[in-house]
Design a protein around this ligand. Sequence first.
Ligand code: FAS
Ligand code: PHB
Length: 390
Amino acid sequence: MRVQIAIIGAGPAGLLLGQLLHGAGISAVIIEQRSQEYVLGRIRAGVLEQGTVELMDIAGVGGRMHREGLVHDGTELCFKGERHRIDFHKLVGKTVMIYGQTELTRDLMDARRALGLPTVYEAANVAVHDFDTAHPRVTYEKDGLAHEVQCDFIAGCDGFHGVCRASVPTDALHTYERVYPFGWLGILSDTPPVSDELIYVNHERGFALCSQRSTTRSRYYVQCPLDDKVENWSDERFWDELRLRLDREAAERLVTGPSIEKSIAPLRSFVAEPLRFGRLLLAGDAGHIVPPTGAKGLNLAASDVRFLWQALEDHYRGNQTALEHYSERCLARIWKAERFSWWMTSLLHRFPDNGDFGRKIQEAELEYLVHSEAASTSLAENYVGLPFGE
Ligand code: FAS
Ligand code: PHB
């Protein structure tokens, strides 16, 4: 097979890039190691920045998102048993969209299928070759048969554990990493959300987050030890622990029910530099990871894709500037999101080594944050997504 772009990975980054390239008349194939059902079964992000919403509209797949997504004007911070609202719309004139990553991925998969665009699921032994030449190749096996794709560029959208970044010579890559000493235990339930907007909780027992997927489906998280096991958590134990971390009003309002998904995710900050190696370009989790506290992971993937789509479109029009600056443009935005995600995580979680002093500093910062318009505005402009030009 020969295409202009070989995209590795059918997560949000790969699918969104494929849709945008199609709109620009650029041929691409997506090669994914898992089945569609497996990809859709992963329960992940829930908050879309306006930039991501706009990109879905440009890609022509925003219809259901606008019909079923929930627009939120703000969020709440809960500490010392009290909730404080941060009003995004009043402070920075922007909002966020609550629409699960699963639904966004489903919309992109459905659109790709309807257009009959080439997508290989359950590809085995995917490998990338010769990306330091003008003739990169991808090989894979499907149903026991070997296949090869010749292309102009390879888009590495294969996530943190993918093959693309792993194929780059280690001396060509510099990585930065911080692993956090706790995880998030998440539960999905068909119960009405406890509040109209999200609630981020700083509590002596640990962080908690009340999120949602719709008016009838909720997503909750509690901070748990890194070595904890999901088998240790019955639904009842989860609900009891969540209640202990909520303010009184939310604890009384909480509607519990059977979990339809329950899992523990580790938290890390990670960045690989640069993001381009000849004809291989990394986008999304393949190049960086953020702790989900700032709701940035999916949105960063979308902003990388925006830059990559523009760079590839310009390349085929004979202008190489955006391609030559792809990595630095992405990284300028990535590092600001990494900082915000690290800051939100540091502010809201219990760190084993922080001690009483660390706890008092967190409380002082939260008090300052909710009583200073300047501090609240800073949180708001980062949470809704910084402008692309910056
Ligand atoms: P993805 O990892 O989504 O997709 C990569 C794709 O590449 C996968 O389908 C994978 O199967 C495929 N792949 C991997 N190796 C391959 C190979 N060798 N060959 C072919 N295909 C290969 N973000 C938030 O904003 N909020 C959250 O609450 C949140 N929660 C998360 C919870 C968990 C457990 C995880 C892991 C991440 C979470 N994230 C969250 C971040 C997440 O949403 C990512 O940012 C988002 O999925 C990034 O999308 P992609 O870059 O497309 O990577
Ligand atoms: C989610 O709904 O899964 C979610 C929302 C906001 C976050 C993290 C996760 O910061």
